[in-house]
Design a protein around this ligand. Structure first.
Ligand code: S6P
Ligand code: ZN
Length: 189
């Protein structure tokens, strides 16, 4: 039996950075078609800001193994809609996941394939259990980077397609200085 070597790494709790992790950067231009207000999107695209960065320690896609990653989701809005991650189902849809919020303020939108949505607010210390079959997207509702850790099965994979095409049935927006979760006018089952 060949045993894999254990890993111990440190998350910088101020920046979310994990040294030696694989870094992924998502700019606004990577999120074309995701936000409701297309005019505000085109306007902001001139600067093409970084919306989020992911620092991932990933294993081969094998049953029983685990990956983990931090995400640094920057503050910002497109129109009145807060910056968010793309959101995905897992390719192996029955794979669950755990999130742990480290810094900043935000929340998670979750959704079943039938379009039933849930909003879970997150602040440092919040743990979110993402059950099997639920799509998940995080949203930064604050004015500083929202940083969290995700731990997920190594064989979960990412299915971005259906969220990219249809979005979530709810939007998280700023209204009168408050965070509001509203129906997505463009949502269709
Ligand atoms: C992976 C986990 C997170 C996200 C990351 C970026 O299963 O849920 O590490 O990948 O927050 O979000 P997204 O939707 O672009 O993958
Ligand atoms: Zn996931």
């Amino acid at each position: 039996m060949e045993y894999k070597a254990p890993i111990g790494v440190k998350i910088d709790l101020e920046t979310g950075v994990i040294l030696d992790a694989k870094k992924l950067v998502r700019r606004l231009s990577d999120l074309k078609g995701y936000f409701l207000d297309e005019k505000a999107y085109e306007e902001l695209l001139k600067d093409d800001p970084v919306v989020y960065e992911v620092y991932a320690i990933e294993q081969e896609e094998k049953d029983g193994d685990l990956n983990f990653a931090t995400t640094v989701l920057y503050p910002g809005k497109v129109g009145n809609e807060f910056f968010f991650t793309k959101g995905h189902y897992h390719s192996k849809a029955d794979r669950a996941e755990i999130y742990y919020a480290i810094k900043g303020r935000g929340g998670m939108l979750l959704q079943t394939p039938e379009g039933k949505a849930e909003w879970i607010p997150m602040e440092p210390g919040t743990v979110v259990y993402v059950p099997p079959y639920w799509a998940h997207r995080t949203v930064n509702t604050g004015d500083e980077p929202f940083i969290f850790l995700a731990i997920y099965p190594a064989d979960a994979g990412h299915d971005y397609g259906s969220i990219k095409g249809k979005g979530f049935s709810k939007l998280v927006v700023e209204a009168d200085g408050d965070v509001k979760v509203i129906d997505n006018p463009k949502w269709k089952v």
